[in-house]
Design a protein around this ligand. Sequence first.
Ligand code: ADP
Length: 464
Amino acid sequence: FGGIVKEPPMHIVHIAVEMAPIAKVGGLGDVVTSLSRAVQDLNHNVNIILPKYDCLNLSHVKDLHYQKSYSWGGTEIKVWFGKVEGLSVYFLEPQNGFVWTGCVYGCKNDAERFGFFCHAALEFLHQGGLQPDIIHCHDWSSAPVAWLFKDHYMHYGLSKTRVVFTIHNLEFGAHFIGKAMAYADKATTVSHTYSKEVAGNPAVAPHLHKFHGILNGIDLDIWDPYNDKFIPVPYTSENVVEGKRAAKEALQQRLGLKKSDHPLVGIISRLTHQKGIHLIKHAIWNTLKRNGQVVLLGSAPDPRIQNDFVNLANQLHSSHSDQARLCLTYDEPLSHLVCTLKIYAGADFILVPSIFEPCGLTQLTAMRYGSIPVVRKTGGLYDTVFDVDDDKARAEAQGLEPNGFNFDGADGAGVDYALNRAISAWYDGRDWFNSLCKRVMEQDWSWNRPALDYMELYHAAKKY
Ligand code: ADP
């Protein structure tokens, strides 16, 4: 891209089916919120159009009110407006029941529901006379925006609008994604390495000239160990040792683990093949063997995998009740029982042994809380975690110091290689380990840099 020039504010509209914290399933929901906030902080105008699910977490929506209705697609669509994390959100509620399903994903007709939503969102822009500079759509679920816009709306009052499409995970709906790649003016994915890993995929390969890897960031205000009511002793890198000690004790107490000074490995993950389930299991047993503690917060969309973990939990909770706790739910932000951030703060290590990982947010959030990432070298994990033993030069090339432990391979020996060194470092060199915690907290994995990259991309799209 060219250099940054001071230009008038842009108007960017995200059309998305997830948004943290009110309708979050995975990283896509985090990114819609945190990227929007970062771009808004650069003085641009950002709106989000989201389905008004019946399962929205409305306690995080401020000033929600009904605005108007319009007819489209054989039904009435109610438009609601509210503020979420300081962002202006339009909620569309078609009266045909498409968003009254008690879930974001998981219906047989998801593709039809989301296709309808995408079309309704464009119709909403069109009928309201809104002419954003950029419409930004995400993954297969709002991919239809790209071609519906070009086929139906571009010529009707939205001619100055350009479409940007982001692939958060190519595993889902590659067919839709290929079509959106063809129609979008610019496309991105969420890390440089993942962009190279998927470059040969038929959905992506023909479109490399307009395809860029831009790393996700995390929102430093939303994830802040110094400013969070769930953290017993607020901390920054200055008092990270004290802060994390208190957080660990609170976590142990909350979960009924032995209050002991042993290395604690945290895992926060969807439990799917992508996340390296067999490596997660292997690492749990290895950690216990090395006298460490393990806390896992995870949920499996596949009932067979969920069952498998329920069995493992039963086994561990009786054989290692002092050492292991598996919470097989999705953290309910309001239940405060096993809040993700208590794990981020209370753990010494966060393990992310994914088989593939487009960007990964858990390792970034872990570092924000002074927890050391232990990851498999793939996608965004490769781009953000630099091994203290093996990656000094690679880190230096990025202007960084090494910040964690990583491994190749996809078997037990691989994950052992990283985890054993991590646990040994904890046992053998606490001063060094503490300085590593301080170091990772001071690294910048925020949106500061990536938001500028997106702005350049948006400007480039306008010239496209
Ligand atoms: P993905 O989008 O593939 O699930 P990411 O690492 O990009 O993976 O994002 C995962 C996000 O979901 C993180 O913010 C993580 O904290 C959160 N998360 C994962 N599993 C759970 C869970 N069981 N409960 C609460 N939050 C979770």
